[in-house]
Design a protein around this ligand. Structure first.
Ligand code: NAP
Length: 283
């Protein structure tokens, strides 16, 4: 297939308020690319649980950045609808390890990301799949911010390390794949340039903040209890523990080549991320 996306048609960015989507929107706007910011609370109201909201988003869009709802993935149906509306290109956010059995400990069958990938690849659209490892921004914007705030981070990851990826790099790869030729049919596995244990990552953040943040290893069961006490549903808590098990078992320490393959440059180092993210509000 030739890569023919008509760049005068807008890019539909789902997950528009999220860590990746918000950055992709900013990068596309900087390039002068017309965009549709879509999510339940965005200008273009889009809800995975309400298929009636999908058509307005898709009508007239040239390409789509696709962030699924992990608990309710309806990607195959959505992709079919995108094809019917004449969308030409899709860039899907998946996750590292989804094609490896038992990468997410105790999870049976194909994780939902993998089923979504299959739908995207079979769609006939120009497609690019992004498989990032653990986001560095989980520590400054995501579910791990409480640890940095309180000075203690309890997690069931033992001494495992992760090659934390800066979400700015994921966004740069997505923006390139959405607007440039040469990315069709590619699956980019994305990580940062080196692996750090949680204690090492927290030491770097502590130095920027000027306050010590301590890592406290806990068991999976203790962590599930912590999450339930915070109001998490049991299923979500177990899924998070399964995802964290990839760090504990050393699988997330792998350095992946996707940023270099897609952009011809190295990914941003964790130190640069920490220095920037923790030296500005709300930190
Ligand atoms: N965090 C990691 O380390 C990591 C690593 C690998 C892969 N991933 C994958 O990354 C994806 C999340 O991407 P992200 O971090 O960019 O997003 P995020 O920061 O988790 O935010 C989620 C986004 O999805 C929107 N959303 C939530 N429920 C929705 C619904 N029912 N309908 C429509 N939109 C909905 C939210 O906006 P509204 O609330 O306005 O709807 C928000 O924009 C997940 O699939 C996750 O598995 C994450």
């Amino acid at each position: 297939m030739t890569e023919t996306t008509n760049m005068t048609r807008p890019v539909l960015v789902t997950g528009a308020t999220g860590m990746t989507g918000s950055r992709i929107l900013a990068q596309l706007r900087e390039r002068g690319v017309p965009v549709r910011a879509a999510s339940r609370s965005s200008e273009w109201r889009f809800d995975w649980a309400e298929p009636a909201t999908w058509d307005t988003m898709l009508a007239g869009a040239g390409s789509v950045y696709l962030v699924q709802d992990d608990s309710d993935p309806r990607v195959p149906e959505f992709v079919e609808r995108a094809v019917a509306h004449g969308v030409e290109r899709v860039v899907q956010l998946s996750a590292r390890g989804v094609d490896q059995p038992d990468y997410f400990e105790g999870v049976e069958g194909a994780p939902s990301h993998l089923r979504a990938e299959e739908a995207v690849r079979a769609s006939g659209l120009e497609w690019t799949v992004l498989r990032p490892g653990w986001f560095a921004q989980n520590l400054s914007e995501g579910f791990l911010t409480d640890g940095a705030r309180t000075g203690v981070m309890r997690l069931p990851v033992g001494e495992g390390a992760a090659a934390w990826i800066d979400v700015d790099d994921i966004a740069a790869v997505a923006a390139a794949a959405l607007t440039e030729p040469g990315h069709h049919g590619r699956t980019y596995e994305l990580s940062g340039p080196r692996a750090l244990t949680l204690a090492e990552a927290l030491a770097e953040i502590s130095e920027v903040l000027g306050n010590p943040i301590r890592y406290e290893p806990v068991s999976a069961e203790e962590y599930v209890a912590d999450l339930l006490a915070q109001g998490w549903p049991e299923e979500g808590a177990r899924e998070l523990v399964a995802a964290l098990s990839a760090i504990r078992r050393g699988l997330e320490s792998k350095v992946s080549p996707g940023v270099r393959e897609a952009l011809g440059r190295e990914p941003r180092d964790f130190s640069a991320y920490a220095a920037e993210a923790f030296s500005r509000p709300p930190w």
